[in-house]
Design a protein around this ligand. Structure first.
Ligand SMILES: [Zn+2]
Length: 324
């Protein structure tokens, strides 16, 4: 999707060949496909630092036009929504990116503005999928770690930015400093620089060999099986694997335990967002766009699914509002 704002054609979290600027809402890898040499990026400073640390290269950034504001989306550190206010066209537009309404202990709280047009993410569009209260899930994770750590290594798999830091903070809440990979430690440093302090150690194979015992650890999700095997070989203690994801509500992971801890909104949260934003039209995008639009419509919203190739400009969006 792209949005025309003045001289900028802004690609929203994706590669859009005709655009001249990228908006990157947050540092998760599925939102970085628009990064191209020579194309400027609009993103928060935390997002830029994380991408640069992951990619090992400097990003070309551009100043955003005055009509654009970045609002916290609550998804992870530095995650932002794009808010545009066109006085000329009397039109206010919000693009959510990935968002959640519940406050995570490792992220800023979401900000919601009134708008006329809402472009809304649809990761969890189903009316019957409801996430539990975040504090209760955190307490379950803490109980699990506390009750197992005397006899086991407890090993979490997570994204290197976002969920990893939240899991570290959850462990810190019961006085445990988990071991993490170097990749996660790099992200932790940026979290610390932005005011989210974390207590952790960094994996070192040599140290593990000499100093094995039981501990908690967080590694990248795709390295979970490999880490489990090498820790159990080296330390000769049972290794329990764990995952914390919204998808745990819908599917069985190949781990010893799974917790439903999402950094996205469920349908109930989408409804709350729409209620507080009170848009004239909601355009839903992403894999669940059709289902989310249908479910929002059933709740009285003018919701319409859109394809990811859609481009918008403000004059035609204002015309849409006039028609409603
Ligand atoms: Zn994300």
């Amino acid at each position: 999707m792209a949005l025309q704002v003045g001289n900028y054609s802004i690609a929203l979290d994706m590669h859009e060949p005709s655009s001249n600027v990228n908006f990157i809402s947050h540092a998760h890898s599925d939102h970085l496909s628009g990064l191209r040499k020579g194309k400027g990026t609009i993103a928060s400073s935390a997002t830029i630092e994380m991408i640069e640390a992951k990619k090992g290269t400097k990003l070309l950034t551009v100043d955003k036009p005055e009509s654009i504001e970045l609002l916290n989306s609550g998804h992870m550190l530095g995650s932002k929504q794009l808010y545009i206010e066109s006085e000329e066209q009397s039109c206010r537009i919000v693009y959510t990116g990935d968002y959640q309404m519940q406050r995570s202990i490792a992220s800023e709280e979401i900000e919601i503005r009134k708008a006329d047009i809402l472009l809304m993410d649809s990761t969890y569009p189903y009316a019957n999928i409801e996430f539990e209260d975040r504090d209760e899930v955190m307490t379950s994770i803490q109980h699990y770690v506390e009750s197992r750590i005397a006899r086991n290594v407890v090993l979490f798999g997570a994204y290197s930015s976002g969920k990893a830091q939240e899991l570290i903070k959850i462990c810190n809440g019961i006085g445990i400093s988990p071991l993490v990979t170097e990749g996660i430690a790099k992200m932790n440093k940026i979290y610390g620089d932005h005011g989210i302090g974390l207590s952790y150690g960094v994996f070192s194979a040599g140290e593990l060999q000499q100093n094995c015992g039981t501990f908690a650890a967080v590694v990248e999700q795709h390295r979970l099986a490999e880490a489990r095997d090498s820790i159990s070989r080296m330390c000769k203690v049972p290794v329990l694997t764990a995952v914390a994801s919204g998808f745990a509500r819908m599917m069985k992971f190949d781990t010893d335990v799974q917790f439903t801890l999402s950094d996205h909104a469920d349908f109930r949260q989408a409804l709350e967002y729409v209620d507080r934003c009170s848009p004239e039209i909601v355009y839903t995008y992403g894999s669940g766009a059709g289902t989310l639009a249908k479910n929002l419509k059933a709740n009285g919203c003018d919701a319409r699914p859109i394809a990811s190739t859609r481009s918008f400009d403000i004059p035609s969006l204002s015309k849409q509002i006039e028609k409603t």
